[in-house]
Design a protein around this ligand. Structure first.
Ligand code: PMP
Length: 434
């Protein structure tokens, strides 16, 4: 890793912490970190020292078609050459893209495009407050909805939680964030239907929305317990509270229609990014027409110089076309399930207590002999030192995933059975060594 190390030293002179991506916080702590990338191809990544990896980081999720997906890349290059990049005027292609999204995702009646997941969430929250005329937002411990000050969550255990389990008053805090108690946010533990019901029954008239990832993918991977999403839907509907699914990770990944299609629960608004663009920066927010009408009539403003730019729209159209091909998700689940169940077996055989938790192409390995239901369980029961040894052992054997225990392994359509075999062989060796 000599070249990566030298580049990291040079980068730190000019880039605070040396890394622009959000992987900074975890990557900078361990050695050798971070890897400087030369390029990627399909399911593989090459670093500047010539090491080749099977890549389960996938750019934090967007590279669902693998690196340099030919059809997306070709379409974008052609569009840039023949059309341009930004006009701040609409193009017909936007209608086609939006129609495809509406056809694919159950809750979408109308859609607005933007650039990042952070923006999409910001828009959804703003719209929910305007539509309901209420101010408070319920969100959940351990979820990440982008780095806007309004819904920011810092990944330091306990930092965002004040009060006891039964006194759900919470304060997002940290250097640089607005100080004082933000009474507009209520932050609850996830997978606790009784508590959610209690809070909404008490304060529902003040609550604009419940904002949640349908699968918790920013505290490792934690699944909704059976009936939890359905209960959320029922309680919010009863009290006129909007339900927002943040599908930035799960959208176009758990299924073409996202987690809402996978679980059959329909939110009022939802947000998308990552998988939508096949690796190009594009995001979206959409949902019920009567709510989106507030954007149409200008009550709620949305802006963005780069919103619906040619690159974004072209990439998303090409990516959705690929994702919509028959049999794509069945194959993705087959490969992903082989890997997830294979890893379970590896740890069983090595007698290392783990929970390999996830759904289809997104999962995480918890080194724990406890079930992990929410952020508090993860903070209390997961063994981060073992995770680190596991991560380093796999990296040494040519398998790359995010070094954070609170992150995920992502599988792409480019991953093959051979990749899975090689990953499981590396896992067997690593499990023996740790
Ligand atoms: N919501 C969720 C669920 C996310 O996982 C992320 C990014 N990891 C975001 C929002 C923010 O998206 P972006 O990084 O594109 O701003």
């Amino acid at each position: 890793y000599a070249k990566s190390r030298a580049l990291f030293a040079a980068a730190r002179e000019v880039i605070p912490s040396g890394v622009n991506s959000t992987a900074r916080a975890t990557w900078s702590g361990w050695d050798p970190h971070p890897l400087f990338v030369e390029g990627g191809d399909g399911s593989h990544l090459r670093d500047v020292d010539g090491n080749d990896y099977i890549d389960y980081l996938l750019g934090l999720g967007p590279m669902i078609l693998g690196h340099r997906p030919p059809k997306v890349t070709d379409a974008v290059v052609k569009a840039i050459r023949e059309q341009g990049t930004v006009f701040a005027l609409p193009a017909a292609a936007e209608i086609g893209l939006t129609r495809s999204m509406i056809a694919a995702v159950p809750s979408l009646e109308q859609v607005r495009l933007c650039n990042t997941g952070t923006e999409a969430v910001l828009y959804a929250v703003r719209l929910a407050r305007a539509f309901t005329g209420r101010n408070k937002i319920i969100r959940f411990e351990g979820m990440y909805h982008g780095f806007s000050d309004g819904v920011y969550w810092s990944k330091h255990p306990g930092l965002n939680v004040a009060g006891s389990d039964r006194a759900p008053v919470a304060v997002p805090q940290g250097p640089g964030l607005p100080s004082g108690i933000d009474s507009s946010l209520i932050i609850l533990p996830w997978n606790d239907t009784a508590l959610l019901r209690e809070v909404i029954e008490r304060q529902g008239h003040e609550i604009a929305a419940v904002l949640t990832e349908p699968v918790m993918c920013n505290t490792g991977c934690i699944l909704p317990e059976p009936g939890y999403l359905e209960a959320m839907r029922e309680i919010t509907r009863k009290h006129g509270v909007l339900l927002i699914f943040d599908e930035v990770i799960t959208g176009f990944r758990l299924a073409l229609g996202g987690a809402q299609a996978h679980y059959g629960v329909t939110p009022d608004l939802s947000t998308f990014a990552k998988g939508l663009g096949g690796g190009f920066p594009v995001a979206a927010m959409g949902g019920r027409k009567d709510i989106m009408a507030l954007v149409a009539d200008g009550t709620v403003s949305m802006a963005g110089t780069y919103a619906a730019n040619v690159i974004a729209v072209t990439a998303a159209i090409a990516a959705l076309q690929e994702l919509s091909a028959p049999g794509m998700f069945e194959r993705l689940y087959k490969v992903s399930d082989r890997l997830r169940l294979g890893l379970e077996r590896v740890f069983d055989e090595a007698r290392i207590a783990t929970r390999v938790v996830g759904v289809g192409p997104v999962f995480q390995v918890w080194f724990s002999d406890h079930d992990i239901r929410n952020y508090r369980d993860a903070a209390r029961h997961a063994n981060h030192e073992l995770f680190r040894l596991w991560w380093e052992g796999m990296l040494d054997r040519g398998v790359l995933f995010h070094p954070g225990a609170y992150e995920n392994l992502f599988v792409s359509f480019a991953h093959s059975d051979d990749d899975v075999d090689r990953t499981l062989a590396a896992a067997r060796e690593t499990a023996r060594a740790i």
